[in-house]
Design a protein around this ligand. Structure first.
Ligand SMILES: [Zn+2]
Length: 167
């Protein structure tokens, strides 16, 4: 995705108040992010334990159109002994590394308390994980091709999630 400024990130949020967007804590490595290697920017709020954020660029070509979604993790976690899968990056992990997150929908639906939920990596680090966690059945294929494929699928699934929040 295109590199974004702090202001662009804060202004991108569609499902929380301006006050919340102004007050949220950016990832601690924000100044050093390798934006070109990110399909989305996802992070947990270091100061608000259950809060997390996803920012994607919905622009095409050179146009920048960031959309941010604030999510909230369920306060119960799955057991480390169960297997779970993040539905965005589709990485299989132990249950404690995956969390159910809900996002308030935009507009009237959100004002009525309507949310969308999905299982995601607990640290929201899907963009890194599609590059580093290659499933065993893909390990004999060309790594660059596998990563490109997984990244494209991640972009599609995140776009679908953003769509379901804004619908
Ligand atoms: Zn993930």
């Amino acid at each position: 995705m295109h590199a974004l400024t702090e202001q662009q990130v804060r202004r991108s949020f569609v499902n929380c108040s301006q006050g919340e967007a102004k007050g949220l804590t950016l990832p601690k490595d924000f100044a050093d992010l390798d934006w070109a290697a990110l399909e989305l920017l996802g992070w947990r709020d270091p100061k608000a334990p259950l809060r997390g954020y996803l920012v994607v660029d919905t622009g095409t070509g050179d146009a920048i159109a960031p959309v941010g979604i604030a999510v909230r993790a369920a306060d119960t976690r799955m057991s480390a002994r169960t297997a779970a899968m993040c539905l965005l990056c589709q990485t299989a992990q132990s249950g404690d590394a995956v969390s159910l997150f809900t996002a308030r929908r935009t507009g009237a639906a959100g004002r009525n308390g309507n949310t969308v939920g999905t299982y995601m990596c607990a640290d929201l680090g899907c963009a890194q994980r599609v590059r580093t966690e290659i499933p065993p059945w893909l390990q004999d294929r060309d790594p660059a091709e596998v990563v490109a494929g997984r990244a494209a699928e991640l972009r599609g699934r995140v776009a679908g999630f953003v769509e379901s929040v804004r619908r």
